[in-house]
Design a protein around this ligand. Structure first.
Ligand code: GCV
Length: 718
């Protein structure tokens, strides 16, 4: 399927007119890429922004009539990119670019006005007489309205009597990149970092603009450019110039940049003797640094901080607390309107404790003591982006401090870029979980969107899965996870089937049956992955440190809570971590109603069983099987499902683009191979404790445990 590059030559004059500084270099580089890559098969670069010709003649004619001219009430950088996108979309889908006109009687009008919804990012799309009017309180709202209109066209929806009003339920809708200044990405599986620090600020890679378009199209309005394991280098004068160049590119698309900062920067860069947050010299250093940053980037978003976690420096190195550290930075940045996003991913090893409880223990006590521009960023679960986790008890616990949710798009624990896992069902499961913080119905979604505790500022974050791979995410289907983050951050109550439907339709642009097959595969993929890797709530049984493949046998690591044994606790009696009153009692951190759902070994959903109980191997489950038989059957059924995925995907040959088809087919084969590995290694390992046979009708693994164990090295992950 031939296609043009994502960013066509006709964008250039518009964009360049607002960016005199780099217009020539930018123009030439784009022109060159257009000449080189004018046509090629669908390599996935265009993501969900494919504007291929609409095949249905009636639909096309209808759209063409509605979108032949556009009147722009007042322009600026953002309106200019919105209009450029409209032109690009109409040229591609309708074969004729929408015409800019000075006549207010145009078929489409873009206006900034006062809407009933006061959100600065709200938009309305309305048919008024014969005109479609896209309005926003700000130009960002108009931009989102334009992308919504384009999405409607991509979905083949009617533009007759259109009446849409929308605004995001969450203020900060962000990607966190774990990109390093040397070009590597921590837990990145799609190539190297897309930010070419060595070329910046002089050269603006066109990909930066396409990244901004993709994000804006799904409402993402913030990006943290660098790894939370932060190099202090990012806030040196040298790097700030580069960051400014990126901020300038992203600004027209409504995207602010943020940086992860190293808490020890005053020592590393400022040569101070300490980074103690209560030291006046340290405070002065950060204030001056904030002033320097805002002089360059007046709309800089703020700092993201990983402190006293996994060896990163922090206030506790000086006998201070997370509160002291966060508030000190918050004070430095507050005069500029900046934010401090302080991560709650902390778990100092306590031999008598439970890692599950660490973040709550560290942060709950400070609720209400953080400055107003501090947000506490919490991973969705209490451990670390496992395949399935119960929610972090901090959701529902922090009544006076805004808490945001961090999801992981990059598939650190979900099979990297070879396993197909559509993550939306997992995110939906988390967001729909009731915390009971304010009685029934206080779901995580309602905590996060601020409704439950009236948070003045709200945020949802995805650890990005993007890289320099041509298709951005390595696995073509992983693009859907990026798309999901944007859609859910706009509306955390959107369901995963709707998101899958949209994404599959606009990405594959195929017939209804094909879309349905893709959707089905997407929606099943996460539970399938759970089954062949972590059934019944067993967790943290993946390869040590690289987090790839099975290694439930890891018994020794630099810290006990980095082993698998710490979590699965398999012995001759049973398996699982007892977090009830009889065990670590971490369950006590939940509100009573949620606690009750998990506390009883007889009534807990099997999916969470081993998260909270040490279940006897021979205990009967509601499924009619013993714990051992249920576990084994899920491993086997999981593998069977991957076999089915391969078969079902194969039916799409000729229905989806050839390059994507082959790419996904190959990855599914690898996934199947690795699913067998997970299944057999896990079954044989746990069998050493259960001493029970593989139940009928499943065949015994044919490889020995030793052979399977050695596979970690075969896959070169050490
Ligand atoms: C960026 C996990 C990952 C680390 C990551 C850390 C975090 O432990 O394995 O690579 O570090 O989470 O979220 O800070």
């Amino acid at each position: 399927m031939p296609e043009n590059i994502i960013f066509p030559a006709h964008f250039l004059p518009i964009f360049a007119s607002f960016n005199h500084l780099r217009k020539m270099r930018f123009f030439l580089s784009l022109l060159l890429s257009f000449i080189c890559f004018g046509t090629y098969a669908d390599d996935g670069y265009r993501l969900w922004l494919k504007y291929d010709p609409i095949k249905n003649p009636a639909l096309k004619a209808g759209y063409s009539k509605k979108l032949n001219s556009v009147f722009i009430q007042k322009t600026n950088e953002t309106i200019a990119v919105a209009v450029a996108e409209l032109k690009y979309a109409t040229r591609g889908m309708l074969g004729k670019e929408i015409l800019e006109t000075k006549a207010p009687t145009s078929s489409l009008k873009l206006e900034i006005t006062k809407l009933a919804d006061i959100s600065l990012e709200a938009f309305e799309i309305k048919t008024i007489k014969t005109q479609i009017v896209i309005s926003g309180n700000t130009s960002n709202g108009v931009l989102y309205g334009v992308f919504e209109l384009i999405r409607k066209m991509q979905l083949g929806e009617s533009l007759e009597n259109i009446n849409v009003a929308s605004s995001p339920k969450i203020h900060l809708r962000m990607l966190n990149h774990w990109d390093n200044n040397n070009g590597t990405i921590e837990r990145g599986y799609a190539g190297m970092s897309m930010w070419k620090w060595y070329e910046l600020p002089e050269r603006i890679d066109p990909r930066y603009i396409d990244y901004a378009r993709a994000n804006a199209s799904i409402g993402i309005n913030g990006t943290v450019l660098n790894n939370v394991n932060a190099s202090a280098r990012f806030i040196t004068g040298e790097y700030l110039g580069k960051v400014k160049a990126l901020a300038d590119v992203y600004r027209p698309y409504g995207i602010k940049v943020y940086l992860s900062v190293n808490f020890a920067s005053p020592k590393i860069l400022g040569k101070l003797k300490t980074a103690d947050p209560l030291d006046p010299e340290v405070q002065k250093w950060w204030k001056e640094k904030a002033d320097e940053i805002y002089k360059l980037i007046p709309d800089f978003g703020g700092f993201l901080v990983k402190a006293n976690s996994e060896g990163e420096p922090g206030p506790m190195d000086f006998g201070r607390t997370h509160k002291d550290g966060a508030n000190m930075l918050a004070e430095a940045i507050a005069p500029h309107g900046g934010l401090v996003i302080w991560r709650a991913f902390v778990y100092n090893f306590d031999p008598k404790g439970d890692r599950f409880a660490a973040a709550y223990n560290e942060f709950k006590k400070f609720d209400g003591e953080f400055l107003p521009n501090v947000i506490i960023q919490v991973k969705n679960g209490p451990i670390d982006f496992q395949v399935r986790e119960p929610i972090s008890p901090l959701f529902g616990a922090m009544e006076k401090t805004p808490v945001s949710i961090e999801f992981q798009l990059t598939q650190e624990y979900l099979g990297w870029a070879t396993h197909w896992v559509y993550e939306a069902p997992m995110f939906e499961e988390v967001l729909k979980t009731d915390t009971y913080a304010k009685g029934k119905g206080s779901t995580v979604a309602k905590v996060i969107d601020g409704e439950a505790f009236k948070y003045p500022i709200t945020s949802m974050v995805g650890v990005a899965n993007t890289g320099s791979d041509r298709n951005w995410t390595g696995h073509p289907m992983a693009q859907a996870n990026w798309y999901t983050l944007g859609r859910l951050a706009w509306n955390p109550e959107m369901n995963s089937a709707t998101i899958a439907d949209e994404w599959a339709k606009i990405t594959f642009r195929s017939d209804a049956k094909t879309t349905e097959t893709i959707k089905k595969l997407m929606l099943e993929s996460r539970e399938i992955y759970v089954n062949y890797t972590n059934p019944l709530g067993v967790h943290h049984v993946m390869g040590e440190s690289h987090h790839f493949g099975p290694e439930p046998w890891v018994e020794k690591a630099p810290r006990p809570d980095w082993t698998a044994l710490y979590y699965h606790r398999a012995d001759s009696v049973g398996i699982g971590f007892d977090r009830t009153e009889k065990g670590s009692n971490s369950l006590a951190q939940y509100h009573p109603e949620l606690r009750a759902k998990y506390a009883d070994i007889k009534t807990i959903e099997p999916e969470y069983l081993l998260w909270f109980h040490h279940a006897p191997w021979n205990m009967q489950l509601a499924t009619g099987r013993s714990v051992w038989n249920e576990m084994v059957s899920r491993y086997y059924e999981g593998v069977k499902s991957v076999e089915k995925m391969n078969i079902e995907w194969a039916t799409l040959k000729g229905k989806v683009d050839e390059e994507t088809f082959e790419n996904v087919s190959a990855r599914l084969k690898t996934q199947l191979k690795e699913a067998y590995w997970w299944r057999d290694a896990s079954v044989l390992y746990f069998q050493k404790f259960s001493k029970m046979p593989v139940p009928a009708p499943y065949p015994k693994p044919t490889r020995t445990f030793e052979e399977l164990k050695a596979l970690v090295d075969v896959y070169h992950v050490r």
